[in-house]
Design a protein around this ligand. Structure first.
Ligand SMILES: Cc1cc2nc3c(=O)[nH]c(=O)nc-3n(C[C@H](O)[C@H](O)[C@H](O)COP(=O)(O)OP(=O)(O)OC[C@H]3O[C@@H](n4cnc5c(N)ncnc54)[C@H](O)[C@@H]3O)c2cc1C
Length: 466
């Protein structure tokens, strides 16, 4: 047993199961301290996630407490500043799990080198992914740019890999404190109390994640291929924030899914979606420019329009298109939006309103509990047509037809846009055709901010320019 203190740098891994870095620290050391580095700057545009993070820290601290491990939160402006100070000491060994984002991986390398020079014991472990980024490449060593061959290779690679020996966490002998000037999880909460509604819906804990996964496998996975398209029902797993914060490891998802005796198309489709997450991580690491810019450079010349009136109407769910408005209100109210509706509202912003996808990406970043740089930029660039393996720009979602197809009875719209609750199925996705003295367009619900056909024409002309 190593006499030094075992430090575990907690990032996106709020779980005990399959938390290899933390488990190793408890096996090697009698005394373990978990620390979280809170960078205010990182979270300044991630208001919703401040709530999830704060609750996760609070809940995880309780669990660790039972194992005689303290969780300490240190506020810092940069990882470098923090480690420059920490590395003046030598009474510790340090462990962490990888986060598959270029900045994190770059810092990991830098930190490992310094620790090696200083002869401080350290070990980094695989993060929340099925495969490591470098493991999945084309035969010629180049990264994949198209999803299907990527996933075919990645899936096979994962299946053939010898699984690592599963270890479990050990209770520590004595709880100690290590860092000074720590902050409490509550300090991270957003100032604006709009998140109160999240508390009724979400419970950011590892046990909840496991329970939700089991419920999904039991009740919904068989019909997932179909059910995932309809926002009026709960047809998907809603596990995304748990996965993002690591309350659930994707290997656990995989294992639980394949345990199912009768494997259905639903199971395979569901695992393919986990595959999209892997693909997105691969993309941002091989093509990091796409985190800030168009993946496809030809879009650099796209004539986006600056229109704060349109952008605000979109954010507030007041565009006059019911399915778009319902999605945007669901997002604000719950911190989550159904995938089909993410595609519809995204397409509406970039194609009907000709607003740069980066503005949409920024707003999603602020509102989504499951925000992840990889899936958000890749999702937005997929919608805008400038991403890898993206939907072509000229394929423009018609928000009326999308509504009529995927929310036939208008239940989803009525839930989030209650001012339309008295409209029949015939008018629910085109309220401008409804004529009634009790429902006045412009008073009870906005006029459409653009006309679909005109907007479509304009978008196609703009596309021709590039
Ligand atoms: C414009 C846009 C932005 C998006 N931003 C994010 C984001 O910031 N974070 C995020 O996790 N997902 C994002 N997605 C992908 C997807 O919408 C969500 O992962 C999904 O809606 C989460 O709901 P769920 O957990 O019920 O998914 P399920 O359908 O149950 O899928 C299971 C898991 O697979 C992963 N997954 C599913 N679909 C996708 C996808 N298309 N791309 C990547 N991973 C996927 C997620 O981890 C998800 O939890 C975005 C999609 C679009 C179109």
């Amino acid at each position: 047993m190593n006499k030094k203190i075992g430090l575990f740098w907690l990032r996106d891994d709020f779980r005990l199961a399959k938390n290899n870095g933390l488990i190793e620290a408890t096996i090697n050391h009698d005394q373990v301290v978990v620390f979280y580095l809170f960078k205010k700057n990182t979270y300044k545009d991630q208001e919703a996630q401040k709530w999830w993070l704060s609750k996760s820290l609070l809940n995880f601290r309780k669990k660790l407490n039972d194992l005689n491990i303290s969780l300490e939160i240190v506020e810092t402006d940069s990882f470098k500043i923090f480690f420059d100070k920490l590395l003046k000491k030598k009474d510790f060994a340090i462990y962490w799990n990888k986060v598959y984002e270029p900045d994190y991986l770059k810092f990991d390398k830098h930190l490992s080198n310094i620790l090696k020079d200083k002869k401080i014991h350290h070990k980094k472990f695989k993060g929340n992914a099925l495969n490591e980024i470098d493991e999945i490449k084309k035969n010629d060593g180049a990264p994949f740019k198209v999803f299907t061959p990527f996933w075919r290779t990645a899936e096979r690679y994962y299946i053939e890999k010898i699984p690592s020996v599963e270890k479990t966490i050990k209770k520590c002998k004595k709880k100690i404190h290590y860092f000074s000037n720590c902050i409490e999880p509550e300090k991270i909460l957003p100032k604006n109390k709009w998140f109160k509604n999240f508390e009724k819906i979400w419970s950011p804990e590892e046990q909840t994640a496991s329970k939700e996964l089991q419920n999904f496998i039991k009740d919904r996975i068989t019909n997932y291929s179909e059910g995932r398209n309809f926002p009026n029902i709960v047809g998907t797993s809603k596990l995304s924030p748990f996965i993002k914060f690591g309350q659930l490891h994707v290997e656990t998802i995989w294992n639980e899914c394949i345990k199912k005796k009768s494997k259905t198309i639903g199971t395979s489709k569901f695992l393919t979606e986990i595959g999209w997450r892997e693909f997105n991580h691969s993309l941002i690491n091989h093509f990091p420019h796409m985190l800030k810019k168009n993946y496809s450079k030809k879009f650099d010349k796209f004539p986006w329009q600056k229109n704060s009136k349109f952008l605000n109407a979109w954010k507030k769910g007041l565009t006059g298109y019911p399915i778009v408005d319902a999605g945007m209100r669901e997002l604000y109210s719950t911190g989550w939006m159904h995938n089909r509706v993410r595609m519809i509202v995204g397409s509406f912003l970039v194609k009907h309103l000709l607003i740069d996808w980066k503005d949409g990406e920024k707003y999603f970043r602020n509102c989504l509990l499951d925000y992840s740089p990889a899936s958000n930029v890749a999702g937005w660039q997929w919608v805008a047509g400038c991403g890898a393996d993206a939907a072509p720009y000229f394929r423009i979602f018609n928000p009326i037809l999308q509504g009529e197809k995927f929310d036939k009875e208008g239940e989803y719209v009525k839930k989030w846009v209650p001012e339309l609750r008295n409209l029949s199925k015939k008018f629910i996705h085109k309220p401008w055709e409804f004529n009634d003295e009790k429902f006045i367009l412009g008073r009870d619900y906005p006029y459409p901010i653009v006309k679909h056909e005109e907007a479509r024409e304009k978008a196609l002309n703009a596309f021709k320019k590039i």
